[in-house]
Design a protein around this ligand. Sequence first.
Ligand code: AMP
Ligand code: MG
Length: 343
Amino acid sequence: MTVPRTALIILLILVMGPLPGCTGRREGAFLAMGGIPVKVVAHDRSRTSFANDLSAVESYVSSMEDVFSTYRKNSGISAINSVGKGCSEDVSPALIDILKRARHWSEASDGAFDVTVGPLIDLWRKAAKEGTLPSAHDSTRARSRIGMRHVMIRGNDVCLERENMRLDLGGIAKGAILDGAAQLLRRDSVARGLVEAGGDVAAFGTGTFTIGIQNPRAGRQAALLGVLAIDEGGVVTSGDYERYVVIEGKQYSHIIDPRTGIPVKGLVSVTVVGPNATDADALATAISVLGRTKGIELIKSLKDYKAIIVERDADDSFTVWHSKELTDALSLHGRWRKRTRTF
Ligand code: AMP
Ligand code: MG
C-alpha cells in the first residue's frame, strides 16, 4: 500500500507538533506584582516571536513596578512619597500620566477614589498588626493628609502640599500595567491578544474575547461567577475577597473610604468593563467605595463603561446587578443566575 506524500507530511506534523516557525495561538505566564500569575496570550505568533513577546512583557511589568509600586523602596512613587511636603522634579511620564488619570477619577467620583489614601492604608495596616482598631484621633490625623487637591502636577514636577502625604497607586496601577503591556505587544505587531493578571484583563485586536469573571466566593463553589464576551478593552474586578485584614475578629476590606477613614463594607465585588484597563481599575475601586446606588449612578453617566456588581443580601445570599447592555454578553454560572437585576 502506498501512502500519499501529503498524508505523510500531515502525519509528521501531527506527531511532531507545529514547527517553530509556524504561527498559532500562544499562551505563557510568569509571576509578578506580589506573586500573582500574569498571563499573556497572542494569536498568529511563531513560537520564537512569542518567546520574545513573553520576555518583553515580563521585563516591562517589572520596570513598571519600579515606577508604581510602594512596596519597592526605590520606586518612582516611593521617591515622591519620601519628599513629604515638597516637589519632586523630572517625574517619569508614566507616573505623570497615571496621576492625571487618578485625579480625573477622584473628581468624577467625588473623592471616593483617591490615591492620596496612603496614610489611611498605613493606619489600618498598623491596626491589623497590633490587633486593635485605629483611634479616632489617629484617623482624623491621617485624613488631614488626604486629598488629591493637595497634589500639584506642573509639567514633569509633582508637589505634595501637606506634610507626610503618601500616594498609593494600588487602585489603578495594575490596570495601567496591563494596558501598557497590551500596547507593547501591539507595537511588536501582535494583531490580537490579551494580558491578564489575577483575573483583570487588557484585550486587544478584532473579534470577541471570552473573559472569566472571578467568583467572589471561590472555594465554596466554581472558580468563576460566569463568563463575559467582550470586544477589545479592559475588564477589572475589585472585591472584598481579594485582600483584607482581620482586627478583633472582624474582616476589614483593603479599600478605604477616604472621606470617612473607614474600610468599605457592602459590595462583594465590582467588575468594570470599558475601553481600557486603567480606567476600569480606578472605576472598580471607586464603585466599591461609592456603594451600589451611587456606583450605578456613576457608571450610567459614563457612555463607554459597564459594570457587574455583586451585593450581599440580608439573608446572606447574593444579588448580581449588571448594566443592561451586558445582558447578552454575560453568562452567569449556577446559583449566580438566581438573583440578577439590571440597571
Ligand atoms: P483595587 O483592588 O483595584 O480595588 O485596589 C485596592 C487598592 O487600592 C488598595 O489595596 C489600596 O492600595 C488602594 N486603595 C484603597 N482605598 C482606595 C481608595 N479609596 N482610592 C484609591 N485607592 C485606594
Ligand atoms: Mg482598582
